[in-house]
Design a protein around this ligand. Structure first.
Ligand code: IPM
Ligand code: MG
Length: 366
């Protein structure tokens, strides 16, 4: 198969982790006989520095003409004082919108080898396997009006949360479809005791659920869901929620399973999917070669699964990551006292090695 991809390394640790993810992708492509066509473009602070636009036209064009996008991270303190539309984050938000990527899938899995990395007791976190389905193109992130107006000292800031029925319905269906292939449970998270958006959300989700009689739907307010997520994470299967709640709960889920550095994501629903680690640009550790590349590497697995339906290839990467973790390899975010961490590139090379071994073993047994 021809895999035509746009690579957007972006800011901070984005380029370091993306480099390793691409090496893993190349190893899988070679092992399974796929042809890669990769084109690299700029986004975020990197693009702002070069062209004063966090999402240059040629980046959008490249993304729209490829089959999938692999992104590192955006965000840089150098642009903190810039107006909203000239911040690195604006590039990412526009990219999601231009590509129609309304469904953000964020799996949070407790790897057996990493039980001791969670701040929670091992018996609580063991077996955790959550799929967060975050609505990605609505809510406070995109609602109008939005502004800061008035004179210093008496300024007023406005953001607007909006959700229409079609937007709620299409993301709910993504969650129910995923639940059918997993534990058949959907927890819809909202704040229906306070927000109109959430009341409509709950109504529409409840209506959709009628088409999925095999799936058990429950509802929870976001504050209560945040508490339950740390009290009993393994009770969760699919979490369905709006944009901002999903942003917050997915970072929390990263903490629960030991490190945000492990979390991958898929932003799909439109013509071209975007795959990126959840961790962000982490400017404090950028350029040091210590970032965890597993979130980016696991995002490649999601890409192979969701954009190309290459399930064997996706599983090969996931199994390679498990194998490397089982061998005891850990980056700085995961080490125990007294252990020496693996560098970003050492971790990446180990996954590449494991991919090659697993693929060769598969060929021998075939
Ligand atoms: C994420 C990030 C982004 C978001 C930022 C960088 C705009 O936090 O992907 O979770 O808020 O969606
Ligand atoms: Mg976030």
């Amino acid at each position: 198969m021809l895999l035509k991809l746009t690579i957007l390394p972006g800011d901070g640790i984005g380029p370091e982790v993306t480099e390793q993810a691409v090496l893993v992708l190349q190893a899988v492509a070679e092992a399974f006989g796929h042809h890669l066509e990769l084109e690299q473009k700029t986004i975020g602070g990197a693009a702002l520095a070069a062209s004063n636009d966090p999402l240059p036209a040629d980046t959008i064009k490249a993304c729209l003409t490829s089959s999938a996008v692999l992104l590192g991270a955006v965000g840089s303190p150098a642009f903190d004082h810039y107006p909203n539309h000239l911040r690195p984050e604006a590039g990412l938000l526009r990219l999601r919108r231009e590509l129609g990527a309304y469904a953000n899938l964020r799996p949070a899995i407790c790897f057996p080898a990493l039980e001791d990395c969670s701040p929670l007791r091992a018996d609580l976190v063991r077996g955790t396997d959550i799929m967060i389905v975050r609505e990605l193109l609505g809510g406070l992130y995109f609602g109008e009006p939005r502004s800061i107006t008035g004179d210093p000292g008496s300024r007023i800031a406005i953001n607007t949360m909006t959700y229409g029925e079609p937007a709620i319905e299409r993301i709910a269906r993504v969650a129910f479809d995923l639940a059918m292939k997993r534990g058949k449970k959907v927890l819809s998270v909202d704040k229906a005791n306070v927000l109109e958006c959430s009341r409509l959300w709950r109504e529409v989700v409840t209506r959709c659920a009628k088409d999925y009689p095999g799936v058990q739907l429950s509802h929870m307010y976001v504050d209560s869901a945040a508490m339950s997520l740390v009290q009993r994470p393994k009770d969760f299967d699919v979490i369905l929620t709006e944009n901002m709640f999903g942003d917050i709960l997915s970072d929390q889920a990263g903490g629960v399973v030991g490190s945000l550095g492990l979390l991958a994501s898929a932003s799909i629903g439109g013509p071209v999917g975007v795959y990126e680690p959840v961790h962000g640009s982490a400017p404090d550790i950028a350029g040091k070669g210590i970032a965890n590349p597993l979130g980016a590497i696991l995002s490649v697995a999601l890409m192979l699964r969701h954009s190309f339906e290459l399930e064997r290839e996706a599983s090969c990467i996931e199994n390679a990551v498990s194998a490397v973790l089982n061998e005891g390899s850990r980056t700085a975010d995961l080490i125990r006292v007294g252990e020496t961490p693996k560098s970003t590139s050492a971790m990446g090379s180990q996954v590449v090695g494991a991919v090659k071994e697993l693929a060769a073993a598969k060929r021998r047994s075939a």
